[in-house]
Design a protein around this ligand. Sequence first.
Ligand code: ITT
Length: 191
Amino acid sequence: MRNLYLASKNKGKIKEYKKLLSTINCKLLLQPESLEVEENCLTFRDNAIKKASEVSRKTNNFAIADDSGICIEALDGKPGIYSSRYAENDQKRIERVLKELNGLKNRSAFFIANICVCSPNGEVIIESEAKCHGNIIFRPRGKGGFGYDPIFEETSNGLTFAEMNNVMKDSCSHRAKALKKIIPDLLEIFS
Ligand code: ITT
């Protein structure tokens, strides 16, 4: 069985990937604690490539990474690639977004995920991108998930990501949709 390193230190993402990759016949390993990858690129795609490629080269194994975030129309796409750095923790990031949207009618937003898989020499072998559209609500709702989940109400079912169980979030989230597109490629590599 081949190893696949998950190039992420985000506990929420790691939990989702463990489920989403459960059909792939690989040994899923976590990025070594000592390995820090600086996210200094200007696009989701380039950051995803940087994370997967550095972790694959340093571990000499396949690696998968995503760079993701929430883009809010009335804030000209912010927080965007700065989603994880918008304030010091999830609660403060949510407070900042709600404050910046205070008084604004347009609450339209989308989550986006760019996924990249690299071979053990750091070469990009698979890429995928997907979005999930919704609205930023006025007060957080729900206890599940992570990050901006409690203030993001998904368009098709009117629930926030934090109100959904894992199965529901995986049926519509940016990350799950991006990953579903590349499952056939992963099945082939790890067959
Ligand atoms: P890694 O780079 O180690 O994977 P990170 O948290 O820094 O962790 P990103 O740079 O991709 O990851 O930032 C993504 C941020 O966007 C994340 O920290 C959340 O704040 C937010 N985010 C992404 N996907 C999300 C989701 O499904 N639900 C809620 N918030 C999400």
